[in-house]
Design a protein around this ligand. Structure first.
Ligand code: PLP
Length: 420
């Protein structure tokens, strides 16, 4: 299948990470998925910790979500016109995400971020944006940027096809290093429209914000009249029902969302304070539109997902318990190999590193070779981790203690094998 896929699709995939290149393997082709498990086209079953890269907090094909999608499909799959589910979804997001007073639905996290940046530039009448090394905000041109040479600089394109001119408005700071942000503001503060950050970094593996980091960003942006954007595409409804902003009690000006709010269907959203959101067309002068935005199937799935979460007051503590169990299992199985687990609730990653991993630099210094071997070993035994240590693992509400036990068991076997 992969050979055929490569004939018709670049690299055989529709998104690079699926190619499993970073673990030097070939992709799996999924036949079906239910709860915590995936089945591939060879009928091999896996416990899945990718969970559509965090989009599925209830697990695959949750019965009630599937039922809602079916019901809505009978009523039409897309209208390109207003409908009631849009209002309900907006109400739910505003209810739960503390800094959001108004919201606009889009079709992907990339689109949400792109629109949020446009809005921040319009609101502030400024051009520069600040992002962090190791944070990913989708693949729009201005954000496909890595740190340039030198300590703190204008970024360099991280993809061919993105020009230096386009990224000349993007500054790159270091995650968890508030001084690096201050230096940028000292130099360019009057022209910085916004700082965009993953409040918990999830795209260099999980890196938690150090105490004071998010608060520091809030202070600096306020002082200079710049906007603070929290990219909560992963963390929204993942680390708490109020997102990372509710968990850490730091409120941004604009929030981007995706993944979980689509219940497994394509989605994105951006929202914020009313006076900012009112600049969006047709109320204001910032153009942004979408044929399939607010798609009824997506919203049916997303609304049901949020309502299932809402109904269970212990939803996140149960996920946290599973997460803790997994974390302890990893530490006990791999402790001899200097493993460090970074976890918040149901998102976690582990690094082979002697020191705590709290920066991009330390992520990059961790040992990826052991991870590759571990990935392969678990894969052979029916357990699917993210095919890179720089991606988070996700636990869903449908994972069971037995799933985690089985996983840890194979971690232990791997560890023994490695010591031999
Ligand atoms: N922002 C963050 C934090 C993400 O993790 C991602 C995707 O993983 C995106 C934005 C882009 O979202 P999408 O893949 O839906 O375009």
């Amino acid at each position: 299948m992969f050979e055929m896929a490569k004939k018709y699709m670049s690299g055989g995939v529709n998104s690079p990470v699926r190619a499993f290149k970073s673990v030097e393997m070939e992709p799996i082709f999924v036949k079906s998925a239910r709860k915590s498990k995936l089945i591939d086209i060879n009928n091999k079953e896996y416990i899945d910790y990718i969970q559509s890269w965090g989009a599925l907090i209830l697990g695959h094909a949750h019965e009630e979500v599937v039922e809602e999608i079916k019901k809505q499909a009978e009523l039409g799959t897309s209208y390109g016109l207003c409908h009631e589910l849009e209002v309900e979804m907006a109400r739910l997001i505003v209810k739960h995400i503390p800094s959001v007073e108004m919201v606009r639905m889009v079709n992907s996290g990339t689109e949400a971020v792109m629109s949020a940046i446009r809005l921040a530039r319009a609101y502030t009448n400024r051009e520069l944006i600040v992002k962090f090394e190791g944070c990913y905000h989708g693949h729009s041109d201005g954000l496909l940027v890595k740190a340039g040479s030198g300590a703190l600089t204008f970024g360099m394109p991280s993809s061919k096809g993105v020009t230096e001119k386009i990224v000349s408005n993007t500054l790159v700071a270091r995650y968890n290093d508030i001084e690096s942000v201050k230096e940028l503001f000292d130099k360019y503060g009057e022209n910085i429209a916004c700082v965009i950050v993953e409040p918990v970094a999830g795209n260099m593996g999980v890196v938690l914000p150090k105490q004071g980091f998010l608060e520091g960003l809030r202070e600096i942006t306020k002082e200079y009249g710049s906007l603070l954007i929290f990219d909560e595409v992963i963390t929204g409804f993942r680390v708490s029902i109020n997102g990372a902003q509710g968990y850490y009690n730091v409120l941004p000006d604009i929030t981007t969302l995706g993944k979980i709010i689509g219940g497994g269907l394509p989605v994105g959203a951006y929202g914020g304070r009313r006076e900012i959101m009112e600049l969006v067309s047709p109320q204001g002068p910032v153009y942004q539109a979408g044929t399939l935005s607010g798609n009824p199937l997506t919203l049916a799935a997303g609304i049901k997902t949020i309502k299932i979460i809402e109904k269970d007051p212990d939803f996140y503590s149960k996920l946290d318990e599973l997460g803790k169990y997994f974390e302890e299992g990893i530490v006990s199985a791999l402790g001899d190999f200097d493993v460090k687990v970074n976890r918040i609730k149901s998102m976690l990653s582990f690094f082979f590193s002697k020191q705590e991993v709290d920066s991009y630099e330390k992520v990059m210094n961790s040992d990826v070779e052991i991870y590759k071997k571990l990935f392969k070993y678990l894969y052979e035994n029916g357990i699917l981790l993210s095919p890179s240590p720089f991606e988070s693992l996700f636990i869903s509400a449908s994972h069971t203690k037995e799933d985690i036990e089985k996983t840890v068991h194979y971690f232990e076997k791997f560890s023994k094998k490695l010591k031999e």
